[in-house]
Design a protein around this ligand. Sequence first.
Ligand code: AHR
Length: 320
Amino acid sequence: MKKVLVALLLVSVVCTGLFAGGSKDKAPANEKLVVGFAQIGQESGWRGAETTSITFYAAQNLDTIQLHFADAQQKQENQIKAVRSFIQMGVDVIGLAPVVETGWETVLKEAKEAGIPVIFVDRMAKVPEDYYATFIGSDFIDEGEKAAKEMIRLLNGSGNVVMLEGTVGASAAIDRQKGFLDAIAAAPGIKVIARQSGDFTRSKGKEVMESFLKSYPQIDGAYADNDDMMLGAIEAMKEAGKKPGSQIKTVSVDGVMGIFEAMVAGEANVTVECNPLLGPQFFQAAADLKAGKSVPKWIKSNEDVYRQETAAADLPTRLY
Ligand code: AHR
């Protein structure tokens, strides 16, 4: 709790909050690394952990880093406004977690013309290669494949599965679903009987699962593009008198603390880790770009799979 309070205090010190009336002044010409970060919003515990990782790192390095942070409240138009405002400020580097894959060409062309390198953080966008310097994040297709292999194992190769999907058009959703569907095809006895977006939030995950439970009497497994939707789905299963983790097997992605607690309680089965603690790598890449050094086009995260059987031992080691 103490750690969370310290983090929140530091976050409030360092954030510019473009949508909360923060300063839009030009960054002072100084030796600091001046960075603008356009975050998606606060749709999940994972997103909160990523925001804390970035703002906390900047707060710990106030003597060398100046961070302008914008929370776009899940709206692409707000992210585009934030990027434009960073261009006007003349920041050294722009960090962007694109809420959806498409619709970025115009604004990123403006950044390129202004000579400001753009780093995609955690999600990718469909733009020409020379519109961004690097992508720091996970292999979402691989995460989906890992999730499917776990589901096949849990169901011994047969059963009815429902899919709770992330934000429509988001790379994290598109690629995880591709990976999951391609890999689940290895078990012809498993039928994906329903798919619907829960927008990566716990409340919508609950709503979607409630409607699945009403429409499909036999659900053996639930896959979710993130843990928050699964945590909502678990609530819906329990309210419907089902036993998540045994009667309905669960596999989701992220590795947030809440899903570990659910696994310890026997109410969830597997989480495929997706690392949100990208602050140190992000600022290192930004500093390298400012110094004119080259950075790899994809700085990939290393991630694991965690299961109910070891959750009690794993929980104390989790950082988010
Ligand atoms: O882009 C990463 C995804 O976005 C995480 O899996 C999800 O929880 C978040 O909202």
